[in-house]
Design a binder for this molecule. Structure first.
Ligand code: MSP
Length: 529
């Protein structure tokens, strides 16, 4: 283990009441893109995801299926939540389950320390609760249903009235410090709309939070009172710290891991769970005198028919169904490219197929296969040495420098769409270059000069593809690895570090260029839904 502080990014941990849909995969893909990007820049990285297994929502699903909640969670994790990581090609470093002893023990220790420090007291709670959100609601949060019924605005389902004696966390005591923290660190909540939402919520004042439940027992026992279990969100938020050794003995491996990872650089969350992460979680950390996460980024929802996609509303689409059609790389490309990260985006099969065809099959895929075929046909598959570069090539070499810088700046700032579009525009420019230079016309001539010019053009396109395969590899790891090898880059030990991507002229003439399988095969419009 190195002593460098890793770039530490987390996804929410997902409820195991059901199998994943593309809304869940969306968050994980974004986290995977960001962490692969940092890794390619040579940084130490830690990428955590996992499952949230306690609480009433999971318990009720297990009961409805006539199984014990632990057996239900085990099955869902094994059959659905772990496999989906392969489906979308996520390279997470760890996967935490809240039923693991490494988590439950650290949660109990944390809770006891907060109690000892006077942040917890016994009280009674009375009010509405949404089991879908696992959240105590305020009257102002609800919308009207039939008659007197009050509905959760996210789940459109009636809330339940609960009345219990519970333990409370003195959340209200932290409002002032949280406001001061965010005023001093406006980048700690992004995008700006999320920052503003949290600030106005904080300024309206905080109530203390019930952090235990007594009417069911599917949860972590409150250490000093086993008749209560820890409130599922209090348990779940701690995963980000328990997974990296929260509170372990000084000198232990856990303590070392914690020193190397904490605080988290980014908690990626959907906007529905922003307040838990930007209000409750930092208050818990403040109470324990721990450093706060550097950034909570709240992304928007994938919408179907104008509403948040969800299994409970029967609008969930499985990641596998899309990956079966276009592959994991194009799946990742589509969601990161088509939707502005931080805003809602509507999903449609038509848009997915149209972008896949225009940008991947016809754009990048066609460029690669055209140039590979010409090198195979005209230079026996060996990369020719270029002649002198003309103004047309210099336009591309200069554009590449700008593209690499812009992609880096945008991706690091969560503006995935602009970062990806910058690379796409470079691909468009290379395609235009090929059209204008007409290498096929030169290939028909057999004078020395035409042959040298043809060599320069084909070399230029292959060099461009080398750079593209680096810049797109965090987004589309599999196909970019194939492209990298098809253009002979793997024959020589070239740098894959971003900082070198735009350095022109790295491919060594004479390496073998392969005309391989199409990177993005054409697809027929699917007959779905
Ligand atoms: N278990 C809690 C999170 C605890 S984190 C300490 C939870 N789980 S969840 O499974 O319901 O949702 C987790 C995340 O999935 C959401 O925050 C969001 O990131 C993602 N999404 C779920 N549905 C989504 C869409 N329709 N669109 C985009 N993202 C969505 O909340």
């Amino acid at each position: 283990m190195t002593s460098n502080k890793a770039f530490y990014l987390t996804t929410p941990i997902y409820y195991v009441n059901d199998a994943p849909h593309i809304g869940h995969a969306y968050t994980t893909v974004a986290g995977d893109l960001m962490t692969r990007w940092h890794r390619m820049a040579g940084e130490d990285v830690w990428f955590l995801t996992g499952t949230d297994e306690h609480g009433q929502k999971v318990l009720r699903t297990a009961v409805a299926n006539n199984v014990e909640p632990q057996a239900w969670a085990d099955k869902l994790v094994k059959d659905a939540w772990l496999p989906v990581l392969d489906v979308i090609d996520a390279a997470n470093d760890d996967f935490i389950r809240t039923t693991e002893p490494r988590h439950t023990q650290r949660v109990q220790r944390f809770l006891s320390s907060l109690k000892d420090a006077g942040h917890i007291y016994e009280g009674s709670y009375e009010g509405p609760y949404c089991v879908g959100c696992e959240e105590f609601k305020l009257a102002g949060d609800l919308i009207a249903g039939d008659g007197d019924e009050k509905l959760c605005p996210i789940h459109s389902k009636p809330v339940e009235q609960i009345s219990e004696t519970n333990y409370f966390f003195k959340l209200s005591a932290f409002a002032k410090d949280l406001i001061a923290h965010y005023e001093a660190n406006p980048q700690a909540i992004r995008p700006e709309s999320a920052y503003n939402e949290v600030m106005s919520f904080l300024r309206s004042g905080l109530q203390d939070l019930s952090i235990s439940r007594s009417t069911f027992d599917w949860g972590i026992d409150v250490p000093w009172d086993p008749s209560q279990v820890v409130y599922v969100w209090f348990d779940a938020l701690l995963n980000y710290a328990t997974a990296v050794g929260l509170g372990d003995e000084p000198g232990s491996a856990g303590a070392q891991k914690f020193a190397n990872t904490w605080p988290a650089d980014v908690h990626l969350v959907g906007k529905d769970i922003l307040r838990f992460h930007a209000v409750i979680w930092p208050a818990m950390l403040m109470a324990a005198h721990l450093p706060l996460p550097k950034c909570v980024f709240a992304h928007g929802w994938l919408l179907v028919g104008g509403e948040k996609m969800s299994k409970s509303k029967l609008t969930g689409i499985s990641p596998q169904s899309i990956v079966d059609l276009i592959g994991s790389d194009a799946f990742r490309y589509y969601f990161m490219r088509a939707i502005i990260f931080g805003q809602d985006g509507s999903f449609s099969w038509e848009d997915l197929v149209a972008r896949y065809t225009a940008e991947l099959a016809n754009g990048l895929g066609n460029l690669a296969s055209r140039v590979q075929a010409m090198v195979v046909k005209n230079f026996q598959g060996l990369l020719p040495a270029p002649g002198e570069l003309t103004a047309a090539e210099k336009v591309l070499t200069e554009l590449l420098i700008k593209t690499a810088t812009q992609a880096d700046t945008c991706i690091r700032a969560f503006d995935f769409q602009t970062g990806i579009v910058a690379v796409k525009e470079f691909i468009d420019a290379v395609n235009l270059y090929v059209t204008e230079q007409e290498p096929w016309t030169l290939a028909k001539k057999d004078d020395e000069q035409s042959r040298l010019r043809l060599a320069t053009i084909l070399y230029t396109v292959c060099e461009s593809l080398r750079a593209i395969s680096i810049l797109y590899s965090p987004l589309m790891p599999k196909s970019m690895a194939a492209l990298w090898s098809d253009i002979g880059a793997s024959e020589s030990s070239l740098s894959k570090n971003f900082s070198d991507a735009a350095v022109w002229g790295q491919l060594v003439p004479g390496v073998k260029i392969t005309k391989s399988e199409s990177l993005f095969p054409r697809i027929e419009e699917p007959e779905v839904i």
